[in-house]
Design a protein around this ligand. Sequence first.
Ligand SMILES: CCCCCCCCCCCCC/C=C/C(=O)SCCNC(=O)CCNC(=O)[C@H](O)C(C)(C)COP(=O)(O)OP(=O)(O)OC[C@H]1O[C@@H](n2cnc3c(N)ncnc32)[C@H](O)[C@@H]1OP(=O)(O)O
Ligand SMILES: Cc1cc2nc3c(=O)[nH]c(=O)nc-3n(C[C@H](O)[C@H](O)[C@H](O)COP(=O)(O)OP(=O)(O)OC[C@H]3O[C@@H](n4cnc5c(N)ncnc54)[C@H](O)[C@@H]3O)c2cc1C
Length: 526
Amino acid sequence: MRLFDFFRARPDLQTPVELTTAAHRELCYRQLRALVREAGVRPLTLMANDPAEYFAVMEAAGGADISLGVKLGVQYSLWGGSVINLGTKKHRDKYFDAIDNLDYPGCFAMTELHHGSNVQALQTTATFDPVTDEFIINTPNDGAIKWWIGNAAVHGKFATVFARLILPLQGKGGEPADMGIHAFIVPIRDLETHAVLPGIEINDCGHKIGLNGVDNGALRFCSVRIPRDNLLNRFGDVSRDGKYTSSLPTINKRFAATLGELVGGRVGIAYCSVGVLKVAVTIAVRYALLRHQFGPPKQPEISVLDYQSHQNKLMPMLASSYAFHFATVMLVDKYSEMKKTNDEDLIADVHVLSSGLKAYITSYTAKSISICREACGGHGYAAVNRFGALRNDHDIFQTFEGDNTVLLQQVAGDLLKQYQEKFKGGTLSVTWNYLRDSMGTYLSQPNPVTARWEGEDHLRDPNFQLDAFRYRTSRLLHSVAARLQKHSKTLGGFGAWNRCLNHLLTLAESHIESVILAKFIESVKR
Ligand SMILES: CCCCCCCCCCCCC/C=C/C(=O)SCCNC(=O)CCNC(=O)[C@H](O)C(C)(C)COP(=O)(O)OP(=O)(O)OC[C@H]1O[C@@H](n2cnc3c(N)ncnc32)[C@H](O)[C@@H]1OP(=O)(O)O
Ligand SMILES: Cc1cc2nc3c(=O)[nH]c(=O)nc-3n(C[C@H](O)[C@H](O)[C@H](O)COP(=O)(O)OP(=O)(O)OC[C@H]3O[C@@H](n4cnc5c(N)ncnc54)[C@H](O)[C@@H]3O)c2cc1C
């Protein structure tokens, strides 16, 4: 509330309906600076100590302007988060306060022109030079130019650059060894003059469909030298004589751990997408209550909310807003627990749950904003009523921080891993333990819908509904496992996966719906 009051009291910080990209970027930065330097918010401290409060601040900032929420997310979840979660004490000591108070505006440079989803195929290189004790950061070709990088086009002074760590002479036959993707702090502009630093080329990604308060840019590195200390070395380190050490046994484990530390952005998007859905549904329901159109002969016109079609449009969304709220609060709680304990199973659990909820909720919200706009008729099309900005700014939530289709496959992959574990006598992780019961029981039982009464009381019984959802997931999991096994024999693993892809995506969505419904029922019972 404090944040809303702050912006309400500051007309100079409120985003007008129309403004140019350059003006929107400047205003967005002023909004963020005012939040930190005048209202005294310390988002990085909050993120580290009280994630739930941090995500609430982010959602509230988005209430002022979604660009501000995303700009705050880039600075703190991504730039700040990468430094404190992938770095070690020396990085936290050197950068924490300056990131928190906005002295060090920064970027998170993972995506390249040719690769966004496929992180393991990134091409930027970081080659260790044992003579000068430095890494040489280089963009080998145009496809490797860092692209869409928030805070890069105008305000950023640093970037966490994701690059292939190359160690000379460490390969088997003495050739350079590629140690996989690591993260490096690269200064990109002079702290005092803000001039772009030597060897770095920064371009502007230009006007976007939405989020024009965020300055997305492109970064090319031409043999830029940084100290060895700038390797964010929590999961892998290079000694003065060029030797590589890691607490994790394989490149894959290091990759998982590196990506695992970045899941905070996805949690933020899932949580804040619910915030956007709440705004859209609130506007549409309030309008529907007050808008009168047609009515019985010789009687006053009725509220459009009295039409069955209108209720059918808006009431499921209202219910979903509550259901998604409970599910994302659970996700934030799990994420907070994970940050405290660093428990490996919980890390994997939160990765899959955040992937599934982020994909499911952002896709649902994107469609719902359009239905809400249409439910407000012509007046829904007036920019001042916000549906345009909500729809345009939120649309990209389906892509960044992980494309939804790609993330749903993480969910399906994990369910199959659990399924395999189950049949190898392993245990199921926390979130999926319902599968243990349902796989054992439901699959041997007849279909709960056809084998039970169809009376209204029964069909409205939450326990029946949850049974049916879980039965569906179990059937989908069982059948896709069989199909994958069959097709792998002729198509190989990748080909079989692609042949079953729609089935896998349906399984992932079915599972996420089961998890959301279970949490909804539990929360309503409380
Ligand atoms: C209203 C207010 C609005 C405010 C909103 C603010 C929101 C918050 C901030 C938002 C800022 C937005 C700005 C945008 C920024 C960006 O977009 S940053 C770039 C984001 N990019 C991505 O997310 C890349 C997506 N791709 C991937 O994550 C990976 O490439 C992959 C697809 C998951 C990996 O695929 P693949 O190479 O096929 O490897 P796998 O075999 O699937 O995985 C290897 C193992 O690693 C495990 N793993 C993967 N990811 C994670 C993870 N995150 N955590 C934990 N573990 C992970 C995976 O399970 C595998 O494990 P094993 O099976 O045990 O081998
Ligand atoms: C406004 C904005 C801000 C951003 N901010 C940042 C930032 O600050 N830092 C950063 O690093 N990145 C940022 N990004 C980049 C973002 O992370 C990527 O766009 C995102 O990860 C998707 O990658 P891509 O664009 O390469 O899409 P692709 O991976 O090329 O996907 C394109 C299409 O192919 C489909 N597809 C891809 N792989 C598969 C598969 N295996 N199976 C089925 N379908 C598949 C996808 O579903 C999608 O429909 C930003 C992007 C935008 C637009």
